[in-house]
Design a protein. Structure first.
Length: 358
């Protein structure tokens, strides 16, 4: 691992473009670190003010301490010139010169991003979870931003099928944001995925870093699926980055009455690819599905199961008490029906006694 490259990401005024230029000119991060002031000026890669900042930064920075800190929190890094750098991200106009990560970086290009609102509706959460679960079951790596709402549902959906998922963070990897996803991020790394960031250790999450993070989400993927987005959603920034890089933008249609579907519906009007199921994504990229599978015997529901399933399919979460009140079933009968529907993958218990159709 190149700890000199990790150190260089902390130099004030040296962003991804300048760091790539330095690495190209000096052939390695260590050579950049050890370059004389005269050599730095002769490289014509940095303005004078930044050269002085680099020299000052080197004097007060301990490489051994950086190495120790990264090992302590289990973080590795890779430069954009190394073979294990994510392939699709490396083909973008402004890839991170250095990518920090925990876990396992994705290989190949069978990768899509799923993004959307933090304040997602039950409809959006279910769509995100189901798309991610079904795509991951077909070997597709799911990328998202680890935020509340749509992002979290996408990561959980991928994990539910035993697939890999990538969290792109907007801070150093010694911070977890949001805090409630600490266990989720750990599970992501333990099940073949990764948490990645272009920011070194010690960088806290802040607003201006999220749009930059979104370019990585778009850049790592063949296409971006926007599940739910308001008119001024950060997810639309991700879709803009995808378009700039020539990547596909997919949008899930939503209710014309929902403020969180205004952004996705507008994307559809502007030419985004409409997606209503995972098979449409698999077909778009010729990833092993040639036709939409027809329901088999396992999908056939008994009349009582069908009633409960439809009651849970309103787009809103429903409680066990509400189902009981409207159905007239006995408590043991309803509990049996709920268990059977969960086993058949038709409904999901969001929290204790609260259900929604998948």
């Amino acid at each position: 691992m190149d700890y000199f490259a990790a150190a260089l990401t902390g130099v004030p005024g040296v962003g991804a473009r300048r760091l790539r230029a330095l690495l190209t000119c000096f052939q390695s991060a260590e050579q950049v670190w050890r370059a004389t002031e005269k050599e730095l000026y002769a490289s014509h890669t940095l303005p004078e003010s930044v050269i002085q900042k680099l020299i000052s930064y080197r004097r007060k920075t301990d490489i051994a301490r950086i190495q120790e800190d990264m090992r302590r929190v289990g973080v590795q890094c890779v430069t954009c010139f190394e073979s294990n750098y994510p392939m699709l991200l490396g083909q973008t106009n402004n890839p991170p010169a250095v990518l920090f990560y925990k876990g396992n970086l994705p290989e190949g290009n069978r990768i899509v991003s799923i993004v959307g609102s933090r304040k997602a509706t039950p409809y959006g959460v279910n769509v995100s979870y189901r798309l991610a679960k079904e795509l991951a079951a077909h070997g597709v790596t799911i990328v998202s931003g680890g935020a509340r709402g749509i992002d979290t549902a996408a990561h959980k959906g991928a994990l539910a099928s035993g697939g890999a998922t990538i969290v792109v963070a907007a801070s150093g990897l010694d911070y977890v944001y949001p805090q409630e996803n600490r266990k989720l991020f750990k599970a992501v790394c333990e099940h073949g995925g990764a948490v990645v960031s272009e920011y070194p250790l010690g960088v806290r999450p802040c607003g201006r870093q999220f749009p930059a993070r979104n370019r990585i989400i778009a850049g790592m993927s063949c296409g971006v699926i926007v599940v739910e987005a308001a008119e001024r959603s950060g997810s639309l920034i991700t879709s803009d980055f995808a378009l700039e890089e020539g990547r596909d933008v997919f949008a899930v249609p939503g209710s014309i009455f929902s403020s969180l579907s205004k952004g996705t519906n507008r994307l559809l009007r502007k030419g985004a690819i409409c997606v209503t199921c995972s098979v449409e994504i698999l077909q778009e990229y010729n990833w092993g599905i040639t036709e939409i599978p027809q329901p088999g015997h396992a999908d056939v529901l008994e009349p009582d199961e069908e009633w409960v399933y439809r009651f849970c399919s309103t787009g809103s979460m429903v409680t066990e008490e509400e189902i009981l009140e409207q159905s007239g079933f006995s408590i043991p009968r309803l509990k049996l029906l709920l268990v059977k529907l969960q086993c058949k993958g038709k409904i999901r218990e969001v929290r204790n006694g609260v259900f929604v159709a998948i």
